[in-house]
Design a protein around this ligand. Sequence first.
Ligand code: HEC
Ligand code: HEC
Length: 330
Amino acid sequence: MKMTPALLVIGGLMVFWASVTVAVFLPHATLNDQPSDIWKPMSEPDVAAGHKLYVRNGCSYCHSQYVRVLDWDVGSERIAEKGDYYGYEPAILGTERTGPDLSQEGGEHPDDWQLAHFVNPRITRPVSLMPAWEFLGPTEIRQLNAYVQFLGGKDADVRVARQQRWKPPAIAAWLAGPAKNVEWLHAQVPKVWQAMPNPYPATEPDLLRGQKIYQQECINCHGPVGDGQTVAANYMQPPPLNFTILRGHLVEGKYIGGIFYYQIMNGITGTAMPYFKRDLESEKIWDVSNYLAVRFLGYTDATIEPRGIPASYEPEWKNTFVAPTTQEAK
Ligand code: HEC
Ligand code: HEC
C-alpha cells in the first residue's frame, strides 16, 4: 500500500479513536452500570463537599479506594464492584497505597479519632507520614470526616451505627470515675480472656520489643508514662486510658494479660482505641501487654497458672451444616 496524505489522516484518526475508546468509553461503560448492594447516593452536602476536598487535596496520591481480588491480603473484607462507584463524579479508584486503602473506611474509627487524625496524623499514629490538614480549618475537616465515614456505603452505615451505639456508655463509664470505668472496660472482655495470663515470659528482650511497639503505636495517645495526659486527650471522649488507674483492678487479684490482649487486638468500639489485629502479630500484642503491665502497673501475670489456654481461643462451635449427598452435589 502506498503512503498518501489521506491514508496518513485516516490512520491517525483510527489510532486516536482507539485510544479514546480505551481511555474514555470503556471505563464509562463498565463503571456507570447499576448501583451495587452497598451503594448509597452522595446526597448529604458535607459528604459531597468532602468528596471534592478529597480530590482537590490529592488524597488519592497516597490512598486507593479500590480493592481487587489479588488485594485480599490488605485486609479489606470486600472486593470492589463497579456498582460501588455508580454516579460518583469523579469515581476515585486510585493506584497508590502509601497509606491504606480507604474504600471501607466508614465506621472503622469514631469521629473523634478521625478529627484528631486529620488535624495531625501524629496525634493518633506516632510514626505516620500523612500530612497534617489542620490548615484546612474545622469546617473542611468536618466535611472530610463526613466523607471518609461514608466510604463503604451501607456496610459503613452499620459500622458507624455501632460506633455511635457504644459511644454514650463509654463516655458515661468514664464520667463515673476510674473504678466504674475499669469495671465497664473489663466487662466488655469475654470471660475466658479475663482469666488468661500472658503466655510469654516478661524477659528483657520481650519488654524491649513491647516498648518499641508502644513507642511506635501507642505513646502519642497513652503518653510516655502511661497516664493518658497527651494532646490526643483534648480531642477524644473518653480520653486515652490512664493505665495507672488499673492498679488494684486485676481480675481475681492476678490476671490482666488476657484483658490487654483482647482490647489491643479488637480495639474498644465507641472509643478512639483502635484495633491492632491488622498491624501486630499475636506475639507482638502479648509483648506490648507485658510492657504495659510491668511498666505501668509494676506487675505482670506472665506465665502464671493456668497455663496452656490456647492463645488462639475460639468459642466452642457445633457444625450444623450437613454435607451434600453425591446426588445433590451434582
Ligand atoms: C503522603 C501520603 C498521604 C496523603 C497525601 C494522605 N494520606 Fe491519609 N494516610 C497516609 C498514611 C501513611 C496513613 C497510615 C498512617 C496513619 O494512620 O496516619 C494514612 C491514614 C489515613 C486514614 C486512616 C486509615 C485508618 O483507618 O487507619 C484516613 C482516613 C486517611 N489517611 C485519609 C486521608 C485523606 C482524606 C487525605 C487527603 C485530605 C489523605 N489521607 C492524604 C498517607 C497519606
Ligand atoms: C488514638 C488513641 C489511642 C491509641 C493510638 C491507643 N489507644 Fe489504647 N485506649 C484509647 C482509649 C480512648 C481507650 C479507652 C479509654 C476509656 O474508655 O476510658 C483505650 C484503652 C486501652 C486499653 C484498655 C485497658 C483495659 O483495662 O480495658 C488498653 C489495654 C490499651 N488502650 C492499650 C493500647 C495499646 C497497647 C496501644 C498501642 C498498641 C494503644 N492502646 C493505642 C486510646 C488509644
